[in-house]
Design a protein around this ligand. Sequence first.
Ligand code: 5RP
Length: 218
Amino acid sequence: MSTRDEEKKLAAEAAAALVEDGMTVGLGTGTTVAFLLPALAARKLKIRCVATSPRTDTAARELGLDVETFATVPHFDMTIDGADQIAPDGWLVKGGGGAHTREKIVAAAADRFVVIADSSKPVDALHSPVPLELLSFGLRATMRLVPPVTLRDVPLSPDGGVIADYEGRVGDPAVLAARLSATPGVVEHGLFPPSMVSVVLVAREGSVERRDIPPVTA
Ligand code: 5RP
């Protein structure tokens, strides 16, 4: 196994250890989450899960995890997912796998959102590409509103969205996030604010660093 994969596995196992019997758990998507699923299954807990992608859904079911629909489990005690970039203040870029729309909904529906990552994911400042999901209606017009945007050569999302990437300067992620969210035709973007994140677990050379992101007070 590569060093990166060993780190992903370590972070995933640390997150699986946070899950308790009886919990409802949101399951993210990606290669780090692929290590989470067997670690969770091995614990043989009675938990009810919802998956953020067909990929995760299939893999989790094959491991014997109880995967239900969002309609039957509308709230999670914990959601666990990977990230593409993690800034020092807790801002994330997600959506490398194009699943960020569902991932953001499932993260927002959780009491605690736990991010798991290998040591390549922390960055000093977020940078492009920032994944986007766009409505296919008016696609070219939407792309002209937030240039530069490139389309990914991948299938539509399970919800029929076009997966793309914003390739411009990120700067202040809050400003870019607000701009993208306010753009008609942008279904969702991959910038996740620190207010959504509870814990970041980054594995580095055989150990896991845990960072608790303080809740935002009004
Ligand atoms: C998928 C995601 C993933 O969590 C993110 O891309 C990290 O993936 P990996 O664990 O494979 O590095 O946001 O949409």
